[in-house]
Design a binder for this molecule. Structure first.
Ligand code: NAD
Length: 420
């Protein structure tokens, strides 16, 4: 991460977004102020015995932003840059996201400051189990339900579920989502966020009267979100011209041989240029490619006022949370770039997490077809609702999504009143 990126505080950005959006909502100043605060923040420092028998102390966080509309919901991130303000911002965005797609969850997020790439599977398991125990007083299917995020996956969710279940004395599958299917995970959950990105991209293309066939797509990040989105763009006839991971990207202006590239990446954890039309590309170069659709699907603050003037994409569909700063937003809006904002574009994950939670609570198993059908309908409806606000109020899609999400949360808070 560059020093420029380190200086950007996502929580300040998230609070600024509340100020921008609430100008279009008739709320009293006290209610607006409340929305900028998180509800609960737990910081834990805990020891883990490493493979070489040394003990390392890790710092972890669980932050609940708002539970007016339902239990707290949000992912767990393992990354060296995790800190309290990052987790606060991500928790706040979860609140708005759940409200945009109108599912009965509040917002939360968690994370541990660590570098899982330098840890063994054993060490990651020990870290996960102890972290789960440390934050277990906040967790529960009716209280707070984690899911995977950057550098966590279904296996990590399985360890979290097992640890929580051991504490309770019986199996509690509904305490986390994004679990392996064998433990009560939902069919379609692994692919849900990437598919949601593609569904909203299709809606954007439809609105702009552009075809998906042959559309040039550049994707930053090749994890759960970026990798799945790439596969489905390719399946629908788009040309994925570039994709990257934290190290570098690969580019072919005529379209990548995606299956081969994804298989190689899965096997060797990196990209390699095997054809003469393919070239290596940096993450910065990828963002500035001339393309129809740009999908930032890695981490926050990738599009800033520094590189926004050079962004050539016609449409940006934000797979990642918070990839664009407000200053960059203004530049992109002036350039007429159509943005499908994060709290709409990547809401497919929390939507199918909700389906998983519902199936767990009711001990049901839905078919993949049923999950995808429900996901598609919710994403299309949400896109339409955000677009209508954007057009009627003449405001950018991001502001419109925030107006919809924050408006719903504010109304739920008003109806509940202030206790006691
Ligand atoms: P992941 O761990 O599966 O993949 C992350 C990808 O980003 C990897 O390819 C990694 O190499 C790349 N990356 C990491 N640091 C980078 C950097 N500095 N520059 C460029 N690339 C970098 O994570 P994911 O689940 O795909 O999450 C990606 C983004 O999507 C995050 O912002 C996450 O919060 C968001 N998101 C994820 C989900 C979900 O269901 N997994 C849901 C909603 C939003």
């Amino acid at each position: 991460m560059s020093s420029e990126q380190e200086k950007i505080n996502s929580y300040e950005i998230a609070k600024k977004q509340v100020d921008i959006a609430t100008k279009y909502l008739d709320l009293d100043p006290g209610s607006v102020e409340k929305l900028k605060y998180t509800k609960r923040e737990l910081i834990v420092h805990f020891p883990v015995k490493m493979d070489d028998e040394t003990v390392r102390v890790f710092t972890g966080y669980r932050v609940q932003h708002n539970v007016s509309r339902g239990p707290a919901k949000g992912g767990i991130r393992y990354h060296p840059s995790v800190d309290l303000d990052e987790v606060r911002a991500l928790a706040m965005w979860m609140t708005w996201k759940s409200a945009v797609v109108n599912i009965p969850f509040g917002g939360a997020k968690g994370g541990v400051q660590c570098n899982p790439k330098e840890m063994s599977l054993h060490e990651i398991e020990h870290l996960t189990r102890r972290f789960t125990w440390e934050i277990s007083l906040l967790l529960g299917p009716e209280q707070d339900i984690p899911a995977p995020d950057v550098y966590t996956n279904p296996q990590v969710m399985a360890w979290m579920m097992d640890t929580y279940s051991m504490l309770k004395g019986y199996s509690v599958p509904g305490v986390v989502t994004g679990k392996p299917i064998e433990l009560g995970g939902s069919l379609g959950r692994f692919e849900a966020t990437g598919r949601g990105v593609v569904i909203t991209a299709l809606e954007a293309l439809k609105f702009l009267n552009k075809p998906i066939e042959g559309a040039k797509v550049a994707i930053q990040g090749c994890g759960n979100v970026g990798g799945v989105a790439a596969k489905h763009f390719d399946r629908l006839g788009a040309k994925v011209i570039a994709i990257s991971d934290s190290m570098r990207g690969i580019y072919n202006e005529r379209g990548l041989d995606l299956q081969r590239i994804l298989e190689y990446k899965a096997k060797y954890q990196c990209f390699v240029c095997e054809k003469k039309e393919e070239s290596e590309i940096t993450n910065q170069e990828l963002l500035e490619l001339d393309c129809d659709i740009l999908v930032p699907a890695a981490i926050e603050n990738q599009i800033t006022e520094k590189n926004a003037p050079r962004i050539e994409a016609k449409i940006i569909v934000e797979g990642a949370n918070g990839p664009t700063t407000p200053e960059a937003d203004e530049i992109l809006n002036e350039k007429g770039i159509f943005i499908v904002p994060d709290i709409l574009a990547n809401a497919g994950g929390v939507t199918v997490s909700y389906f998983e939670w519902v199936q767990n609570l009711q001990e049901l198993i839905w078919s993949e077809e049923e999950v995808l059908d429900r996901l598609t309908r919710i994403m299309q409806r949400s896109f339409k609702e955000v677009l209508e606000i954007s057009l009627s109020k003449k405001i950018p899609m991001r502001t419109a999504a925030l107006v919809l999400g924050i408006g719903r949360v504010a109304e739920a808070t008003r109806l509940r009143g202030i206790y006691p």
